[in-house]
Design a protein around this ligand. Structure first.
Ligand SMILES: C[S@@+](CC[C@H](N)C(=O)[O-])C[C@H]1O[C@@H](n2cnc3c(N)ncnc32)[C@H](O)[C@@H]1O
Length: 189
């Protein structure tokens, strides 16, 4: 028979184990590993994109909102954040509801590859290399001319970066200038 204190400890341990299991399980289930963009890199991405209140930023894989809420709060941009992992979507929606400028934020639960990018003036990514490779033809088919793409950590294979902030590892692309004239894989293969 467990005493009260032992039960509390057992519940606490079960909660921690459950949270860890969910973290691992969710990553496998949704193919969606999570690592938040560091604040300095998030700010560098938004600065590179020259974000303004006229912009509509699509954050592809919004996580818990490292970019979404800074873009809305600091730059007053409209933001569409798409995220596949439901717990992160709950966090994003709570932040949008409770925070200031949440009216400028739309959170979509789903797969970013099902989204149509034609309304985006800025696209932000921090995705793994395989996803970047899959993303490229979709960006090329749907982005409007003049759209900027900012990516943390991983370049867009075959695109020519207009700038690379090596301190924060942020790439800036402008569509359609980013298309390499030779088709060579500049900025990563
Ligand atoms: C490296 S994390 C970056 C999170 C967020 N951008 C940030 O800076 O905090 C990548 C995020 O993309 C999400 N993700 C990965 N593939 C996705 C997909 N196909 N559709 C929507 N979200 C996706 C993951 O769930 C994860 O939250």
């Amino acid at each position: 028979m467990l005493a009260g204190g032992d039960l509390d400890l057992a519940f606490a341990l079960a909660a921690v184990a459950g949270a860890l299991a969910y973290f691992v399980f969710a990553s496998f289930l949704f193919g969606a590993g999570y690592q938040p963009t560091p604040p300095g890199a998030a700010l560098a991405m938004l600065r590179y994109a020259e974000l303004s209140p006229r912009d509509t930023l699509y954050d592809l894989g919004a996580g818990t909102g490292a970019l979404v809420f800074r873009a809305a709060r600091i730059y007053r941009a409209r933001v569409l954040g798409v995220e596949v992992e439901p717990l992160r979507v709950v966090v994003l929606r709570l932040r949008a509801r409770l925070g200031r400028f949440g009216d400028r934020v739309t959170i979509r639960w789903g797969n970013l590859f099902d989204l149509d990018f034609s309304e985006a003036t800025v696209v932000a990514t921090f995705l793994w290399p395989g996803a970047m490779l899959r993303l490229r033809p979709k960006l090329e088919a749907e982005l409007p001319a003049g759209a900027r793409v900012v990516s943390h950590c991983h370049p867009i294979p075959g695109w020519r970066a207009e700038a690379h902030d090596t301190a924060h590892d942020v790439y800036l692309y402008r569509w359609p200038d980013a298309r390499s004239p030779t088709g060579a894989a500049t900025g990563g293969a």
